[in-house]
Design a protein around this ligand. Structure first.
Ligand code: ATP
Length: 239
């Protein structure tokens, strides 16, 4: 279980997130919806120790990662089994697909399982096999997202954090990308997704919540959120 408890992050005097609590079970897909600037990236970055929370805790299967998080020891957080696919980034654009994926397998746990992890990632994204020796910087936006997710999977995560993976993708490509999430969850990996695209993300998630001005509101099942009038008005473009 990934447990985020009462996480608060300040940038100067501004609280980007305030007392955010959230749990993700192994094999579960949870989406956090929120508008631009709501604090979605900050939530994921603070969970990984990439920004320092002012207060709060991060626990992974009962193990308290808070001291790693507060000291910005992100590589050690990855060793423990969390990985983040950042918004737009998460690849080395000068390197090939093959090199990117191999570099993903840096945690000790992952190295022993490299072959198996590689086969799993390529089964999700067979296109990457065709582009094996292509430099990632020359690939389309959708293909680059595939590389970023595949690379994260090579780290043998127990929980995969995704920051707006569909940003800038045409609807058909966004749908294709999110369609792999249930297959990832079926391996027992918990998925925490932040998105502005409520239509697509609520279709694959079991649970969700809305982040508004740094605070979590409307935590519910994905089905309930789809029917919630506030969510419908703000994120689904309907009344
Ligand atoms: P988007 O969907 O636009 O990426 P978001 O929901 O991911 O937005 P964050 O990027 O977490 O939101 O930003 C939350 C707030 O914190 C915003 O007001 C943003 O301007 C501010 N912020 C983010 N990073 C920093 C930073 N390094 N220094 C100062 N303020 C920041």
């Amino acid at each position: 279980m990934l447990e985020i408890r009462d996480l608060t992050v300040f940038y100067g005097l501004h609280a980007a997130i305030r007392n955010v609590s959230l749990q993700v079970a192994p094999g579960e897909i949870v989406v956090v919806l929120g508008a631009n600037g709501a604090g979605k990236s900050t939530l994921l970055r603070a969970t990984m120790g990439m920004v320092r929370p002012a207060s709060g805790h991060v626990l992974l299967d009962g193990l308290d990662l808070t001291s790693l998080v507060r000291r910005n020891l992100t590589a050690q957080v990855v060793e423990q089994g969390l990985v983040l696919v950042p918004e737009r980034g998460g690849t080395f654009t000068d390197l090939t697909v093959r090199e990117n994926l191999l570099l993903g397998a840096f945690p000790r746990r992952a190295r022993a399982r490299e072959q198996e992890l590689m086969e799993f990632a390529l089964s999700l994204f067979p296109r990457l096999k065709e582009r094996w020796n292509q430099r990632v910087g020359t690939m389309s936006g959708g293909e680059q997202r595939m590389v970023a997710v595949a690379r994260a999977l090579l780290s043998a995560p127990r929980f995969l954090l995704l920051d707006e993976p569909t940003l800038g993708l045409a609807p058909v490509l966004a749908k294709q990308l999110l369609r792999v999430l249930p297959q990832i969850a079926a391996e027992g990996i918990g998925v925490l997704l932040v998105e502005q695209n409520a239509h697509l993300s609520l279709a694959v998630a079991q649970r969700g919540a809305v982040l508004s001005n740094g605070e979590l509101v409307h935590a519910a099942s994905a089905a309930e959120l789809r029917d919630d009038p506030v969510v419908r008005a703000a994120y689904l473009g309907t009344q």
